[in-house]
Design a protein around this ligand. Structure first.
Ligand SMILES: [Cu+2]
Length: 483
């Protein structure tokens, strides 16, 4: 464990940052209250997203800021968030990755009514897992998330891991004009919807061009990375240091070192890194984003000129406290196929939309639908499947499109069992770093197949959708029921 003095340092850092930078109007006082309570307002605001900070961007944000306040909760303790919608369109809040009661999942039309303009909805739940999560609207999310409606939700472990500082890095890509204005004109562009989704031209971390994190040589630092982009897959690395991955999607993994290609985060995914800070006071160590082939600087670890702490022996970090997710087992298994079709180059010939079979041209031009799951575009009246509570569901994902997709499961975490490069290729064991990871979101390349499994232990109606938000809006959304 760290010494008492360092715990104090860390605490004062967290609260200091909260008071000054990220938490206007939302406060957390663990000492005063066992129940963590917040109030958030969804409203327009402005942000300085560019290096030239004379340029402002109109955004939509929780409390008018982007990212929204970092909400902090504790594993197993109740959390209350009263959300008021001050937009002129309906909204909601989904708690991405949290295995909570279905009525709190924030999906209008499935788990609640939308929060109408001027109305307030109070979310109350108890996070069962410690880790890095995030929150965002689940209605017109292709617009509302793109405009800046998202924030981090950090659920702290009951017993704190041995670290000195804890930072949240909310990464996004924005589509902005030269003057910094948000490109609203291209929202809903069907070309984006049928291709890779809305990709931005500006990378930000915590809505800054170059976010700076002050650290001291000799410290072990936790970086909580969250990809909140609508559609861009990102790859992060800290080339000057040797970061350990300790968690994916809010679930602990056996620690391993980040490789030279960085750690991949598809939209919605999270990864927690532990970084042992080495260097000389005054150094600025870049955090880089590698997905374009360039090394884009996403921010800096700035080594403080304060007296370095006594050097500590940097060993392989201990794993975070074990997950409470029930692991799938053989037997009592239900197989479900989910086949993705459509998109540019392999357009839908036809699909069922709201109960009616329509040709691809009508789907695209009259309903903005370009993709289908099992031949059905968009949400249907009936669930894709119903599982008895406690059943292991083996979900056979098959991407028959020419594009990457990013499947997100609500209310549950799954493990990947196997992957194939195409239907003709042999099954191979999962060899990625995430082989043992519990995930709530998974990226499939064009033509890939993947088998994932989870225990359907959370009763209610849960979405499965592509978390490339334009794909979700244009057909890739369905739901299942745990009875
Ligand atoms: Cu997709």
């Amino acid at each position: 464990m760290v010494t008492g003095g360092l715990i104090l340092n860390r605490r004062s850092f967290v609260l200091g940052a909260a008071a000054s930078a990220v938490m206007v109007g939302a406060r957390w006082d663990a000492a005063a209250s066992a129940e963590h309570a917040y109030a958030l307002e969804i409203r327009p605001g402005t942000a300085r997203l560019l290096e030239d900070d004379s340029l402002q961007t109109g955004i939509w944000g929780f409390d008018g800021q982007v990212p929204g306040p970092v909400l902090r909760a504790r594993q197993g303790q109740p959390l209350t968030v009263a959300v008021t919608n001050a937009l002129e369109q309906p909204s909601s809040v989904h708690w991405h990755g949290l295995r909570i009661e279905n009525s709190m999942d924030g999906v209008p039309g499935l788990t609640q009514d939308p929060i109408a303009p001027g109305e307030t909805f109070t979310y109350r739940f108890t996070p069962p897992d410690a880790g890095t999560f995030w929150y965002h609207p689940h209605i017109r999310s292709w617009e509302q998330v793109a405009r800046g409606l998202y924030g981090a939700l950090v659920v702290e472990e009951d017993s704190a891991p041995d670290i000195d500082r804890d930072f949240v890095l909310v990464a996004d890509d924005w589509r902005l004009g030269e003057d910094g204005a948000f490109d609203a004109e291209s929202l809903g562009n069907l070309h984006d919807w049928a291709h890779a989704g809305r990709l931005g031209n500006i990378l930000t971390v915590n809505a800054k061009a170059y976010e700076r994190f002050e650290v001291t040589p000799g410290e072990r630092v936790r970086l909580r990375l969250i990809n909140t982009a609508n559609a861009r897959v990102m790859q992060f690395a800290v080339p000057g240091l040797r970061p350990w991955v300790v968690s994916h999607d809010g679930q602990p993994v056996a620690p391993y070192l980040v490789g030279s290609s960085g750690v991949e985060l598809s939209p919605g995914q999270r990864t927690d890194l532990l970084v042992d800070v080495a260097g000389t006071s005054g150094d600025e160590i870049p955090i880089v984003e590698l997905s374009t082939g360039d090394r884009l600087v996403a921010g800096y670890l700035v080594l403080s000129r304060k007296t370095p702490r006594p050097p500590r022996a940097f060993a392989t970090p201990a794993a975070l406290p074990a997950s409470t997710v029930e692991l799938p087992v053989a037997g009592n298994t239900q197989d479900v196929n989910l086949t993705m079709t459509g998109g540019a180059m392999r357009f839908l010939q036809s699909a069922v939309y709201k109960g009616e079979t329509l040709d691809g041209r009508t789907l695209a031009l009259e309903h903005s639908q370009a993709w289908a799951f099992n031949g059905i575009a968009g949400m249907s009246a009936k669930p894709l499947f119903t599982a008895a509570r406690g059943t292991t569901v083996r979900l056979k994902l098959r991407n028959d499109t020419g594009w990457r997709h990013n499947i997100h499961l609500h209310g549950h975490h799954f493990v990947e069992l196997s992957r194939r490069a195409s239907a003709d290729a042999g099954a191979r064991p999962v060899t990625t770093d995430r082989a043992d990871a519990l995930q709530d979101t998974i990226l499939l390349q064009a033509d890939e197949l993947s088998e994932v499994a989870f225990v359907a232990d959370n009763p209610g109606k849960w979405m499965i959708h592509c978390h490339m938000l334009e794909h979700q809006a244009s057909g890739m959304a369905t739901w299942f029921e745990v009875a």
